[in-house]
Write a protein that binds this ligand. Structure first.
Ligand SMILES: O=P(O)(O)O[C@@H]1[C@@H](OP(=O)(O)O)[C@H](OP(=O)(O)O)[C@H](O)[C@H](OP(=O)(O)O)[C@H]1OP(=O)(O)O
Ligand SMILES: Nc1ncnc2c1ncn2[C@@H]1O[C@H](COP(=O)(O)OP(=O)(O)O)[C@@H](O)[C@H]1O
Ligand SMILES: [Mg+2]
Ligand SMILES: [Mg+2]
Length: 363
């Protein structure tokens, strides 16, 4: 089996050389301006994408290969100045953002109301929903996906809001099986919100600081699948994950162990010599259904899922994490997928607009 196989949906044939040399700008620009027709070329409108990202994110996402390809397709990325009113900037066709804080959310909400013609990726309240490790997985649980290709669930979990001394009792009452992964309840982009621990016994959990989610650890052969979603496109890569915990380890180990962000490492597990049962990607029809449902339920277009396969099974999958606007820079071919997505977004907006007789917000 080819281990660095990836799946990509809706990808187009790409004329890389031509694009890199900047020869295809005309071909990809979208004809949204000018009316008339009459056989003359339409004036082309540039798609202006305002972005509000951290400097780390700007560096990893807005790589020269993305900006170059975007320019050739008629897309211009413009940095949003956070010290100036948003409405004074632009005009933008799309606003792309990943910043935290109540103030920023309010600015975006006000802007969306004042500028319904601009697509804000994505709506702040939908993003908030995946900033909490309890609510982020609720839609997956509600979906209860089970078809001929497999099942997709979430590990059993418990939320501890306060009082760490109540943990052993709460874990007992909920009937959670050890080991447990302890995760900070809120994901706010800070390093602390990614400080996770593995607990071999429930008493040691008392040393952790709530609010927390305690989640059953699922053995999955040390490999996880990162499922990147950009609108309707899906791309899957393998990453290294935590190794399985054996029954013997569970009976001999005690305590709580901090673990590093294994899956976030840029090195993928795609070229590793893995057990084919562990490495085989989840069935594409299953992922397509899952992505379609979650896109709708979450109201997000830019996110990824961390999915694991229960070790020893062929088709029992668990979603353990959902991330808004993840590290697309690590997704192979992201520059093509992302620019196509942006163009499609604007094109379908103008198509809708010309089909509608009355002015209505379009997004
Ligand atoms: O920086 P990267 O490329 O590692 O991306 C991070 C993501 O890595 P991934 O795409 O899953 O490999 C990362 O995913 P994980 O939570 O590690 O699964 C998060 O999305 C992280 O954002 P935040 O800190 O939760 O706001 C992402 O961080 P930001 O780039 O958004 O700061
Ligand atoms: N329930 C679980 N079972 C097995 N491994 C898990 C589980 N939850 C998390 N992990 C491991 O911990 C890593 C980080 O957990 P995750 O929920 O993705 O948090 P983060 O948002 O910090 O990436 C995962 O990539 C995986 O390796
Ligand atoms: Mg994760
Ligand atoms: Mg995460």
């Amino acid at each position: 089996m080819r281990l660095n196989e990836e799946i990509g949906c809706k990808e187009e044939e790409i004329e890389e050389e031509e694009e890199e040399e900047g020869m295809v700008a005309q071909k990809y620009s979208i004809g949204v301006g000018g009316g008339g027709g009459g056989g003359f070329p339409q004036p082309m409108k540039v798609v202006v994408v305002g972005y509000a990202l951290t400097s780390k994110k700007t560096k990893s996402f807005l790589q020269p290969k993305l900006e170059g390809l975007a320019r050739n397709k008629g897309i211009l990325f413009v940095a949003i100045d956070q010290n100036r009113p948003l409405s004074d900037q632009g005009p933008f066709d799309i606003v792309l953002h990943k910043l935290t804080g109540k103030e920023w959310r309010q600015i975006l909400e006000d802007y969306r109301r004042a500028h319904p013609e601009v697509t804000v990726l994505d709506p702040p309240d939908a993003i908030q929903h995946v900033h909490n490790r309890q609510s982020m997985l609720q839609d997956v649980a509600d979906l209860n996906l089970c078809d001929a290709y497999g099942t997709v669930g979430v590990p059993r979990q418990l939320v501890i809001k306060k009082d760490p001394s109540s943990i052993p009792d709460a874990v007992n009452r909920a009937g959670l099986m050890l080991p447990l992964v302890a995760k900070p309840l809120v994901v706010d982009g800070s390093a602390k919100s990614h400080e996770l621990s593995l607990a071999y016994d429930q008493y040691s959990l008392q040393i952790l600081e709530p609010p927390l989610v305690l989640q059953e650890f699922v053995n999955h052969g040390g490999v996880l699948f990162k499922v990147y979603i950009v609108g309707e496109a899906i791309k899957v890569v393998r990453r290294f994950s935590l190794p399985d915990v054996s029954k013997r380890e569970l009976s001999t180990n005690t305590g709580v162990f901090r673990f590093p962000r294994v899956s976030c490492a840029a090195a993928s597990a795609d070229d590793a010599d893995l057990d084919p049962m562990v490495a085989e990607l989840p069935p594409r029809p299953l992922l397509e259904r899952l992505a379609r449902e979650l896109r709708r339920r979450l109201g997000l277009r830019l996110f990824n899922l961390d999915i694991i396969r229960e070790h020893g099974t062929q088709d029992h999958f668990y979603v353990i994490d959902i991330n808004y606007f993840p590290g697309y820079g690590k997704m192979p071919g992201y520059e093509h997928i992302f620019t196509d997505f942006l163009l499609n977004l604007v094109q379908s907006k103008y198509k809708k607009r010309s089909a509608k007789p009355v002015e209505e917000p379009l997004r």
